[in-house]
Design a protein around this ligand. Structure first.
Ligand code: NAD
Ligand code: UDX
Length: 477
C-alpha cells in the first residue's frame, strides 16, 4: 500500500483507547478500529460511560466515534482489514513460574502476534506499542515469519513505538508529546514502514520531535526512561527521610536542587511512593533483563529504586502508627485518596493499597474516600493484599470526605486530589476524635493552618510537628 488508510489497535486499555482516539481525532481520513478480547470493555467504549477516566478523552471519543473511530470485538476482521496494527496489550509482571515477581508476562503480546499471523491475509505493519523487554520484536517477527512461509501473500514489518503518556494527562501528552519514538529495521522495507508510521504522527507532531532509531534502542529507551523517572522519585523520597530527621524541608531542598538547570525541577515531588502500572513493572523488567545478561551490578543499582519505594510506603505507615501512640487497633482512620495519582481512577500498584494494608494488619478501621475509584475496586485491591475477611470487617468506603473523617482519629492523605485542598478542615476537625491528626503523604495541605485549627500534623519530608510531639516520633523507620 502507498498510504496507511486503516489502523487497528489490539488492546482497548489505558494506552490503546486514548492513543487511537487521538489518531482518529487528528487524522479524519484514517479509519481507526480498537479491538479487545474483553467484550464488556468494548461495550463500555461504545457507551456514554467510557471504561477509563481521562480529562478530555470523552470529548474526542464522542466526536470521532462512529465516524472514523470504532470499538469492536471482532478481532479477526479488524486485523484482516488493517494496513497497520498496534499491539497495545498489557505486559504485567509475571506472578507465576520463571521470573515470577520480576519479568514481564509476554503471553498477551505473543497471543496477539499469533492472531495476526492467522488472520492477516495481506502485508501488514505491526507496531509494538506495549512496553516490552529488548528483543521482544524479534519474537514477534519470528512468529509472523512462520505464517509468511505458509502464505506467500504475506509480508510483515515489525516496528517498536513505545508510549510515553502518563495517566491523568494522557490527552495532553498525546496531543503535545515531548517526543515520539519509532524503532525499526535498517532495511529498505524497514525504513518504508518507519516512514508510514512517521507520516501518521507528522500530522500533529513536529518532525524534529519524531525520533527514529533501531528497534532495540527504541525498546530499551522505554525501560530506561521509566527507570530514570522512577529513580528521581526514589531519590527525592530518600531525601525526604533525611529531611524528617534533620529539620530540613524536602520542598525547599527539591526547589533548590531543581533550580540547577542540569537537574531540572520536574518530577521531584516527594510522596508516599510512586504507584501505577508502569514504574515498578518496568524497573523490575530492567532488573530482570540485567540479571539475564549477567550484569548483576546494574541489576542491583536499579533494584535500589524499588527498595526505596517499598521502604517509603512502609515508613509512612509506621509513622502513622507511631504517632497514634503506637496502636491503631480499632481506631477509625480516614484514607483520603485511593488512586495512584490524581485525575485517574486507576489503582494499579497505588501506594494507598500498601499503606492501607499495613494499617489493616494492625487492625485499624479504615474509612476510605476517593472521588474516582469505586467501592468494588477498593475492596478488590485490598482483598488481593490482606485477608478478605479483614477487609470486609474493617473497611468502610465513603461517598464523601466529611463522612470518612467523622469520628476518625486521623486523616491520611494518599492521593493528591485537588479537592482535598479545598475542604472545610474546621468542620472536619470538630467531627473527629481528639487529639486529631493529619498525615499528608502528598504535601498538599497547609500545615500551619491545620495546626491553628488544632490538628497534629505530619507531612512527608518535613520536620515533625514538635509542639504536639508529646510521645516522641523516633519510633518509626
Ligand atoms: P490495560 O490493561 O489497560 O489494557 C490492555 C488491554 O489488552 C486489556 O483491555 C486486555 O483485555 C487486552 N488484551 C490482552 N490480551 C489481548 C488479546 N490477546 N487480544 C485482545 N485484547 C487483549 O493496559 P495499558 O495500561 O493500556 O498498557 C498496555 C501496554 O502499554 C503495557 O505494556 C504498558 O506497560 C504500556 N504502557 C502503559 C501506560 C499507562 O499509562 N497505562 C503508559 C505507557 C505504556
Ligand atoms: C509513567 C510515566 O510518567 C509515563 O511516561 C509512562 O508512559 C508510564 O508511566 P504514570 O504512571 O501514568 O506514567 O504517571 P506518573 O505521572 O509518572 O506518576 C507515577 C507515580 O509517581 C504516581 O504515583 C505519582 O504520584 C508518583 N510521582 C510522580 C511522585 O511521587 N512524585 C513525582 O514527582 C512524580
Amino acid at each position: 500500500f502507498s498510504k496507511v488508510e486503516k489502523v487497528t489497535c489490539v488492546g482497548a486499555g489505558y494506552v490503546g483507547g486514548p492513543t487511537c482516539a487521538m489518531i482518529a481525532h487528528k487524522c479524519p481520513d484514517i479509519q481507526v478500529t480498537v479491538v479487545d478480547m474483553n467484550s464488556e470493555k468494548i461495550a463500555e467504549w461504545n457507551s456514554e460511560k467510557l471504561p477509563i477516566y481521562e480529562p478530555g478523552l470523552h470529548e474526542i471519543v464522542m466526536a470521532a466515534r462512529g465516524k472514523n473511530l470504532h470499538f469492536s470485538s471482532d478481532i479477526p476482521k479488524a486485523i484482516r482489514e488493517a494496513d497497520l496494527i498496534f499491539i497495545s496489550v498489557n505486559t504485567p509482571t509475571k506472578n507465576y513460574g520463571r521470573g515470577k515477581g520480576m519479568a514481564p508476562d509476554l503471553k498477551y503480546v505473543e497471543s496477539v502476534a499469533r492472531t495476526i499471523a492467522q488472520h492477516a491475509g495481506a502485508p501488514k505493519i505491526v507496531v509494538e506499542k506495549s512496553t516490552v523487554p529488548v528483543k521482544a520484536a524479534e519474537s514477534i517477527s519470528f512468529i509472523l515469519r512462520e505464517a509468511q512461509k505458509n502464505d506467500t501473500r504475506l509480508a510483515f514489518q515489525v516496528l517498536s513505538n513505545p508510549e510515553f503518556l502518563a495517566e491523568g494527562t494522557a490527552i495532553r501528552d498525546l496531543s503535545n508529546p515531548d517526543r515520539v519514538l519509532i524503532g525499526g529495521e535498517s532495511t529498505k522495507e524497514g525504513q518504508e514502514a518507519i516512514h508510514h508510521l512517521v507520516s501518521i504522527y507528522e500530522r500533529w507532531v513536529p518532525r524534529d520531535r519524531i525520533l527514529t532509531t533501531n528497534t532495540w534502542s527504541s525498546e530499551l529507551s522505554k525501560l530506561a526512561a521509566n527507570a530514570f523517572l522512577a529513580q528521581r522519585i526514589s531519590s527525592i523520597n530518600a531525601m525526604s527521610a533525611v529531611c524528617e530527621a534533620t529539620g530540613a524541608d524536602v520542598r525547599e531542598v527539591a526547589h533548590a536542587v531543581g533550580f540547577d538547570s542540569r537537574i531540572g525541577n520536574k518530577f521531584l515531588q516527594a510522596s508516599v511512593g510512586f504507584g501505577g502500572s508502569c514504574f515498578q513493572k518496568d524497573v523490575l523488567s530492567l532488573v530482570y533483563l540485567c540479571e539475564s545478561l549477567n550484569l548483576q551490578k546494574v541489576a542491583d543499582y536499579w533494584m535500589g529504586v524499588i527498595d526505596i519505594n517499598n521502604w517509603q510506603r512502609r515508613r509512612f505507615a509506621d509513622k502513622i502508627i507511631a504517632e497514634l501512640f503506637n496502636t491503631v487497633t480499632d481506631k477509625r482512620i480516614a484514607i483520603f485518596g485511593f488512586a495512584f495519582k490524581k485525575n485517574t481512577g486507576d489503582t494499579r500498584e497505588s501506594s494507598s493499597i500498601y499503606v492501607s494494608s499495613h494499617l489493616l494488619e494492625e487492625h485499624a478501621k479504615l474509612a476510605i474516600y476517593d472521588p474516582k475509584v469505586s467501592e468494588k475496586q477498593i475492596r478488590m485491591e485490598l482483598g488481593n493484599n490482606v485477608d478478605k475477611q479483614i477487609v470486609e470487617k474493617l473497611v468502610t468506603v465513603c461517598a464523601d470526605p466529611y463522612e470518612a473523617a467523622a469520628g476518625a482519629h486521623a486523616i491520611v492523605v494518599l492521593t493528591e486530589w485537588d479537592e482535598f485542598k479545598e475542604l472545610d478542615y474546621s468542620r472536619i476537625y470538630s467531627s473527629m476524635q481528639h487529639p486529631a491528626a493529619i498525615f499528608d503523604g502528598r504535601l498538599i495541605l497547609d500545615q500551619p493552618v491545620l495546626r491553628d485549627i488544632g490538628f497534629r500534623t505530619f507531612a512527608i519530608g518535613t520536620a515533625p510537628d514538635q509542639a504536639y510531639n508529646l510521645f516522641g516520633s523516633s519510633g518509626c523507620c
